[in-house]
Ligand binder design. Structure first.
Ligand code: GAR
Length: 190
C-alpha cells in the first residue's frame, strides 16, 4: 500500500522541497499535500513549481481543525511532517496521527526549544550562549511545543566565527541529510 505524507510549513520551505525530491520516484511513499498557515509563505510557490497540491488555511481554521482534517482525509494522508511549521497543531488533528506526526527543531532539545524559538532565533540564542555544538532534533509532535518523544538527534560544531546565517546553513544541511530518511524509516514501520 502506498503511503502519503502531508507537510506542514510556515515559511521558506526548503525542507519541504527536499522531501518532495527525496520521495519523487519512491515506490511506496509520496508527498501528497502541503499545508501552511501563512498566505505569503514561500513554500506555496515551491509547491506550485513542484506540482504538489498546497493550501493556506486561516488562523481560525488552524485553531478549529475540521478543514485541516478534511484535507488530510481528501488526500489520504498517512503521515504528517512538520517542517518549519510555527502554529500549534489542533488537538483534534494531533490525536488522529498518534506516532504518525513528527517535527524537526534546529537545536539539540531540550536546549533552545519552546514557544517563540524557531529558525534564526534559535541560532542567535545558541551563539549568544557560547555553546560549542548545536544540531537538530526530530521528535514526535504532542500538545506542547518541542516536547514530544525524541526520535533522533544529530550534532554539528559551532565555530568561533559563526554568524546566525552560517550556523543556520550548517544546521539546514544536517536537516536535509537526515529528516527525509528518518521519516522513510518510520513509515516503513507502519
Ligand atoms: C528549519 O530549520 C526547522 O528546523 C525550523 O525552521 C526551519 C524551516 O526552514 N523549525 C523550527 O524552528 C521549529 N521550532 P525551511 O522553511 O527552509 O524548511
Amino acid at each position: 500500500m502506498r503511503k502519503n505524507i502531508a507537510i506542514l510549513a510556515s515559511g521558506n520551505g526548503t525542507n519541504a522541497e527536499h522531501f518532495v525530491h527525496y520521495f519523487e520516484s519512491h515506490p511506496q511513499v509520496s508527498v501528497a499535500l502541503i499545508l501552511t498557515n501563512r498566505s505569503k509563505a514561500f513554500v506555496l510557490e515551491r509547491a506550485q513549481r513542484l506540482g504538489v497540491p498546497a493550501y493556506f488555511l486561516t488562523k481560525e481554521q488552524w485553531a478549529e481543525g475540521s478543514e485541516v482534517n478534511r484535507l488530510l482525509d481528501e488526500y489520504h494522508i498517512d503521515f504528517v511532517v512538520l517542517a518549519g511549521f510555527l502554529a500549534r497543531v489542533p488537538d483534534n488533528v494531533l490525536h488522529r496521527y498518534p506516532q504518525r506526526m513528527v517535527n524537526i527543531h534546529p537545536s539539540l532539545l531540550p536546549k533552545f526549544g519552546g514557544k517563540g524559538m524557531y529558525g534564526d532565533r534559535v541560532h542567535e540564542a545558541v551563539l549568544a550562549s557560547g555553546e560549542t555544538e548545536s544540531g537538530i532534533t526530530i521528535h514526535y509532535t504532542n500538545e506542547h511545543y518541542d516536547e514530544g518523544a525524541v526520535i533522533c538527534q544529530k550534532r554539528c560544531p559551532v565555530l568561533p566565527d559563526d554568524t546566525p546565517e552560517t550556523l543556520a546553513t550548517r544546521v539546514h544541511a544536517l536537516e536535509y541529510a537526515t529528516y527525509p530518511q528518518v521519516v522513510e524509516q518510520l513509515i516503513a514501520q507502519l
